[in-house]
Design a protein around this ligand. Structure first.
Ligand SMILES: Nc1ncnc2c1ncn2[C@@H]1O[C@H](COP(=O)(O)OP(=O)(O)OP(=O)(O)O)[C@@H](O)[C@H]1O
Ligand SMILES: Cc1ncsc1CCO
Ligand SMILES: [Mg+2]
Length: 272
């Protein structure tokens, strides 16, 4: 299902500029290299337009905001060039600065994909502020009881923004204004390392940059990749009697080792 999408990442090796946070920046660069893409983490206002002009994709991550002017300048350039721009609204709902920037970005930028945990996406869609900082609040967890409401919310946010919406967690949702996939891969250990969400957003950008006419499918492929690699990495953590720090390395290892057969074997994707 995703074999050509993954092959294109390796064949084209897209250059992705990532304006992200100092917490997870190195993991984001490594996940891109593991997938076959090429990272650049330029964020200085004096050069972002030049770097974006030679890039095939752009990530804007609000984890630790240093210079929102550089973010806006680079998105403007990327939109002019019509390359995919992926938004990670980290901790949306947690502070006025984050909420104001999310509003400003959604008004002025065309994002191909918006990827967040359920609390962050609820904040964008409903203006709620339930988030536990950078982590989703337990009370927001997607369950069998609320999944239809969550899908409805994602479709309506997609309609409003023109972006594909990816919600991560125990259950992942990928939706545009009319279609949705539910993906149930991954492992709870993924929430015990920082940056699994930031890495997922960056991987989505690589897949979209290599397949710019297939944003919805590329997003789903990246979500499945991350989930399946989380499962393999957890197994390896158990087999080696290690813990969360090794798990993080194994996660990157498996993204570099993964092929489409390994995904297809384990993928738990349903059309909703
Ligand atoms: N309980 C879980 N079971 C299975 N997979 C999970 C679980 N929690 C998170 N994941 C997976 O971990 C990845 C990151 O999702 P998560 O929602 O934790 O991101 P996040 O909160 O934005 O993370 P961060 O801000 O630390 O980067 C996704 O691939 C998701 O499917
Ligand atoms: C822990 C943390 N704080 C700001 S960004 C970040 C990484 C996870 O989003
Ligand atoms: Mg996050």
């Amino acid at each position: 299902m995703f074999s050509d999408i993954m092959k294109n990442v390796k064949a084209k090796s897209p250059l992705i500029n990532v304006i992200t946070n100092f917490v997870t920046v190195n993991d984001c660069a490594n996940i891109l290299l593991a997938a076959g893409a090429s990272p650049c983490m330029a964020y200085d206002i004096r050069e972002v337009e030049d770097i974006v002009s030679i890039s095939q994709g752009l990530v804007i991550n609000l984890g630790a905001i240093e210079d929102d002017r550089a973010m806006l300048l680079s998105t403007k350039k990327a939109n002019e060039m019509k390359i995919p721009v992926i938004f990670d609204p980290v901790a949306a709902g947690a502070s006025r600065l984050r909420n104001d920037l999310c509003t400003e970005f959604l008004q002025n930028v065309k994002f191909s994909v918006i990827r967040g945990n359920i609390s962050e996406i609820k904040s964008l869609a409903l203006g709620s502020s339930t988030t536990k900082g950078v982590d989703a609040a337990d009370a927001d967890e997607i369950t069998e009881n609320n999944i239809s409401e969550v899908v409805k919310m994602a479709k309506s946010l997609s309609e409003k923004t023109g972006s594909v919406i990816a919600i991560s967690g125990k259950t992942d949702v990928v939706a545009d204004h009319q279609r949705a996939y539910i993906i149930k891969n991954g492992h709870p250990m993924m929430a015990l390392i920082t940056g699994s969400g930031c890495m997922l957003t960056t991987l989505i950008c690589a897949y979209c940059a290599a397949n710019p006419d297939r944003i919805f499918e590329s997003t789903a492929a990246a979500v499945c990749t991350m989930g399946v690699c989380g499962e393999y990495a957890y197994q390896k953590t158990i087999d080696t009697d290690t813990g969360t720090s090794s798990f993080r390395n194994y996660l990157i290892d498996y993204v570099s080792k993964l092929d489409s057969e390994m995904i297809e074997e384990r993928m738990k994707l349903e059309v909703y």
